[in-house]
Write a protein that binds this ligand. Sequence first.
Ligand SMILES: [Zn+2]
Length: 245
Amino acid sequence: MSFENKLLDIETLDIRIAKLENSKLEYPQKLAELNETITQKEKARDLAKDNLRKLEKDISSANMDLEAHSSELAKGHERLGEVKNNKEFDAVQKEIRTRKSLVQETKQNIAKLKDKLPALQEELNAKQEELDGVEAQNSPIVEELARKIASIDDDIAASVLEKTALCSQMDENILKAYNSILIGRKRNGKALSRVSQDSKKCSYCGQIVSPNLIKKIFTNTTLVACENCGSLFVLTEITENEKTS
Ligand SMILES: [Zn+2]
């Protein structure tokens, strides 16, 4: 294998390491965003649930009132048979009228409250469905991200190990030149520029390579750097993708 091919292999590993390092920052952020979406939907569902529970509580409380008024009304009717004079009769009659009207009011109130039930039940179902939908959509991504986050350090260590093995076969001066460029490009891991017979442009910065440099690159005796960006030239086939990027 030529030193250029070894350099390309080393760069492939550096690009992978850079991507993993970037992921260390990006993945937890993505994970937090996905979890936040679920939390928001949970809150909306819980609010709908609270509204329904409150209405059910109000209905139950109104039913208890109705029971109390009905019981007092029944007692009033019983007392009518036991009154001893007109004054007592009038008082009991008044109590009966009051209880009757309270029973009526409470029944109307219960009916009004019960009318609101279907809409709140529907709202709760809709919010639960939204939550289920988001959970079903996000859960596999969340699990995958959590798995990736857990293995990033191991993945980086494995690539570093692989790189160390490749570097041990490289000329020290070439490695030095390569690493000095890489230091400034830790974010993308790219230190090389590909030139080919067809394309005499630096694949990293796009600058046209001077004929003098092209000659040097093609004789393949020494390492040549781009005059514009400093990337190290390697003579290789360039894929369509690399040409445009
Ligand atoms: Zn360049």
